[in-house]
Design a protein around this ligand. Structure first.
Ligand code: ATP
Ligand code: MG
Length: 559
């Protein structure tokens, strides 16, 4: 069968699948799975794996399962299961009725272990964790065999049954595969298959007090589900011989493990363990803090599913680990929002402007374009009146060179409105702070163009003081100041950016009064913003998704 026609960029995994389908391997079936451990929220790295697992299945008319790898009762929680399901659906993927849990297979996995014991390929060891480590040897030295390695099959069966029955305390016994203590691959030196953990499991309750290790659960779960291509990150490469050993010894369906490079992003830490630290220590406000690289955080920040999927396409799939520029992710969201977000005016740091020759009490409704990139988006009306707000940044009493915005004596265009000229600066007598700008407008320039052909170099946005809606705006910067957090000191927390969040009291145009949570906008000249769920009837709250400056596009142009 020829490769299906798609826009998907090719990659080595896709090529393997194409080859397998062509050769009718597994009857040409493609069945993948996404196997999260429910011990935290999904992050952008997981999005790469999700797009790959679900994307490949979709492309080849196959299936993709969602399987929770819930083999460690101590770290796993039900609410993580729910958040993971929500995030995958939000990204745009569907596991239909194929939701599985490794814990559903505990009985079957136990049977598998018994089978290995009966084959003389597994044994119960009484060494403790420290001793096992000591006996394992190193990369340069072979390991030593445990004195319990050659127990009889009967004794092993009995001990393993008693482990399950709860006769032994945590850490006193383990079940190990009997492979090769001298193998150059440490994973093959009689790896632990089961350990004793008298702990409550979020799904199986107190049914079990022995739990399978990841390596013994994962491949077998793949096999039980008939997974054809089991895709995982590169750190599992050295586990592949073990994955295959279990499958061969158990004579079960031969799922194939293929590794790919995990996503790394600069200025970002992607590890659930560390993200949990940020949450627990209060460096951020929860897993869905808009500064978090979690899908929940990115959703709240205003990222669209399409922009994340597009980013995952852009970064491609390689075997070698590298770091992707965060600017590329930001480029992807700008690209999407540029096409779809409505443009509005919002003043982040308000400075009052009084148009002295505009009649008091008069209000005009002016036409504003909703999105020049999308003609179907139409226009709306914004009220103009004598008192306005502009952004403090758009005024300078002493302008630097090439400053084209408002300064004493200069004329600028108010977007969609009129030309105004600054006549006077009013200051607080005590503090010297600028409190108000007095301007005059040219009534002939309605819509922002002068009939006499006179031009102005600056166009600035504004909001009517009387009609504008006070809003809280949260401006985010990188969560870390260092490109590779923790590189200098070994502790990623040392590089946290103390200024990653700035909250400002803004004024936005009245059309945003009833903006619904999750709605995304471009504030003209300022950036993209998304309505936060902290919004109340009295006050909208906006998160800045990204600024307008596309540093990645600039880098691309230079190359
Ligand atoms: P973390 O290292 O962040 O704690 P994890 O690998 O422990 O993540 P899992 O729940 O085991 O988290 O991951 C589910 C799937 O997502 C695995 O197949 C894993 O390989 C993949 N994955 C995890 N991190 C990344 C990443 N940065 N890039 C691509 N895939 C990833
Ligand atoms: Mg993992």
């Amino acid at each position: 069968m020829p490769a299906p026609e798609t826009n998907t960029p090719s990659n080595f995994i896709r090529n393997i699948v194409i080859e397998d389908v062509k050769n009718k391997k597994n009857d040409g079936r493609v069945h993948t799975r996404f196997p999260p451990e429910p011990n935290g929220y999904l992050h952008i790295g997981h999005a790469k794996a999700i797009c790959l697992d679900f994307g490949l299945a979709e492309e080849f008319g196959g299936l993709c399962n969602l399987r929770f790898d819930d083999t460690n009762p101590i770290k796993e929680e039900e609410h993580y299961v729910e958040s993971i399901k929500k995030d995958i659906r939000w990204l745009g993927f569907d596991w239909q009725n194929r939701l599985y849990f490794a814990s559903d297979y505990f009985e079957q996995l136990y049977e598998f272990a018994v089978k290995l014991i009966k084959k003389g390929k597994a044994y119960v060891d009484d060494l403790n964790a420290d001793q096992i480590r000591e006996y394992r040897g190193t990369l340069t030295e072979p390991g030593k065999e445990s004195p319990y390695r050659n127990r009889s099959i009967e004794e092993n069966l009995d001990l393993f049954a008693r482990m399950r029955a709860g006769e032994f305390a945590d850490g006193t016994h383990v079940l190990r595969a009997k492979i090769d203590m001298a193998s150059p691959n440490l994973n093959m030196r009689d790896p632990v298959m089961y350990r004793i953990r008298h702990a409550h499991h979020h799904r199986t309750g107190d049914d079990w007090c022995i739990y399978p290790m990841y390596d013994f659960a994962h491949g077998q779960s793949d096999s039980i589900e008939g997974i054809t291509h089991s895709l995982c990150t590169i750190e599992y490469e050295a586990h592949r011989p073990l994955y295959e050993w279990y499958i061969n010894e158990l004579e079960i369906f031969p799922s194939r493990q293929i590794e790919f490079a995990p996503l790394n992003l600069n200025y970002t830490v992607l590890s659930k363990r560390r993200l949990l630290e940020l949450v627990k220590q209060g460096h951020v406000n929860g897993w869905d803090d808009p500064r978090m690289p979690t899908l929940a955080g990115m959703r709240r920040r205003g990222y669209t599913p399409a922009s994340i999927r597009n980013f995952c396409d852009m970064i491609g799939m390689a075997k070698n680990e590298s770091t992707v520029d965060l600017a590329m992710l930001e480029h992807s969201i700008r690209d999407d929002l540029n096409k779809h977000a409505l443009r509005v005016m919002g003043v982040l740091k308000p400075l009052k402007v009084v148009i002295t020759n505009y009649p008091e009490g008069q209000v005009e409704m002016l036409d504003a374009i909703n999105n020049p990139e999308d003609p179907d988006a139409g226009t709306r009306q914004v009220p103009f009146a004598r008192e306005l707000y502009i952004d403090q940044d758009d005024f300078r009493e002493d302008p630097p060179k090439k400053y084209f915005r408002l300064f004493p004596g200069n004329e600028v265009r108010l977007r969609y409105a009129y030309f105004i000229k600054c006549d006077e600066v009013i200051k607080d007598e005590k503090t010297g702070e600028i409190t108000e700008i007095r301007c005059t407008y040219d009534p002939e320039t309605k819509g922002g163009y002068a009939p006499d052909g006179r031009r102005v170099k600056g166009t600035i946005h504004w909001v009517s003081a009387q009609h504008g809606v006070p809003a809280e705006v949260r401006l985010y910067d990188h969560l870390y100041t260092a490109e590779y957090p923790g590189q200098a000191t070994g502790d990623f927390l040392d590089d946290l950016n103390p200024d990653s969040l700035e909250v400002v009291q803004a004024v936005v145009e009245p059309s945003l009064k009833d903006a619904s949570v999750g709605q995304r906008y471009q504030f003209e000249r300022t950036g993209y913003f998304c309505v936060d769920d902290d919004t109340t009837a009295d006050k909208p709250v906006f998160n800045r998704t990204v600024t307008l400056r596309d540093t990645w596009a600039k880098i691309q142009k230079k190359q």
